[in-house]
Write a protein that binds this ligand. Structure first.
Ligand SMILES: NC(=O)c1ccc[n+]([C@@H]2O[C@H](COP(=O)([O-])OP(=O)(O)OC[C@H]3O[C@@H](n4cnc5c(N)ncnc54)[C@H](OP(=O)(O)O)[C@@H]3O)[C@@H](O)[C@H]2O)c1
Length: 261
């Protein structure tokens, strides 16, 4: 069993630590983005996931500022839309302006532009890192082959790949290949793409007095995957972070892994 604290982090190859559990903000607009991030920071989350494409960076930035938690204590990820390939620097500068920060903690290529790895875009990411505008760089929705293409072209491997992930789509081969390359796996849509009513989930949840959503999120934490659940309801934002007072047994973890088989 793995004991984890709510502020547990994973080290990225860029030398930066990313909190295992973050707050996702896709589809949170206007006041729901602001209120959601304020609630998350109040509850104890210290990692927020946004993107140029979510059109909420200004609200996320305002919430971080008003929270009183301190910029240095919040890990902020944003992402460059694939259609902005070729305009990477302007895109990041606009993100920094909207967020009201001097740098982000992690900047991701949101999707492979036109479905391609696009090493030129990755070179611009390396430049942004060297310029201090982001503390780490990575990709999202990239295949292993596309990650290798970026490494071969630039000598720099993305520190992280953000991909759809949960026990139902768990694939040990992906884990192994990313580990070999020292690429951290960050999972998205942990709840939306899961079958929350599945009997195995229900049984394990009942055994711990927890919800199915909490079991899924704890599975990520116990397996060392970064996870970024999203909700616009304070009680669920709270529920999704109340996962550090129980542990899944090795047998339960194996049963959850097997849901992806
Ligand atoms: N890189 C990419 O391409 C990409 C793609 C998708 C997502 N993401 C990131 O990953 C984050 C999370 O993924 P997601 O937003 O797609 O999905 P998610 O976090 O898996 O699920 C969100 C949905 O689940 C509901 N929910 C939240 N907590 C719940 C709970 N405890 N019990 C039952 N239902 C619950 C929410 O409804 P309520 O709001 O009503 O609670 C919402 O409808 C995003 O917000 C975004 O930051 C990245």
């Amino acid at each position: 069993m793995t004991t984890r604290t709510s502020q547990e982090t994973v080290q990225l190859a860029d030398g930066v630590s990313i909190p295992l559990v973050g707050f996702g903000t896709w589809e949170l607009e206007g006041s729901s983005a602001y209120d959601g991030v304020r609630a998350a920071l109040d509850i104890g989350y210290r990692h927020i996931d946004t993107a140029t494409g979510y059109a909420n960076e200004d609200r996320v930035g305002a919430a971080v500022r008003d929270s009183g938690v301190g910029r240095e204590n919040v890990f902020i990820t944003t992402k460059c839309p694939p259609e902005n390939a070729g305009r990477e620097r302007e895109t990041l500068d606009a993100s920094l302006k909207a967020l009201g920060v001097d740098f982000v903690d992690l900047w991701l290529v949101h999707w492979p532009p036109n479905g391609e790895a696009r090493p030129e875009t990755w070179k611009a990411f390396v430049e942004a890192l060297e310029a201090g505008k982001t503390r780490a760089i990575g990709v999202s929705n990239y295949s292993i082959a596309q990650i290798d293409e970026l490494t071969a072209a630039t000598g720099r491997t993305p520190a992280l790949n953000q991909i759809p992930w949960n026990p139902f789509i768990y694939d040990q081969r992906v884990v192994t290949e990313l580990e070999k390359r020292n690429v951290v796996l960050e999972g998205y849509s942990p709840l939306k793409r899961s079958e929350l009513g599945h009997p195995v989930l229900k049984e394990i949840a009942t055994a711990h007095g927890k919800t199915a959503a909490q079991v899924i999120l704890r599975w990520h934490v116990d397996r060392g995957f970064v996870v970024i659940p999203r909700s616009q309801r304070r009680e669920r934002i709270e529920e999704n972070f109340a996962i550090f007072d129980f542990e899944l047994t090795p047998e339960e973890l194996r049963r959850l892994d097997a849901l992806g088989a």
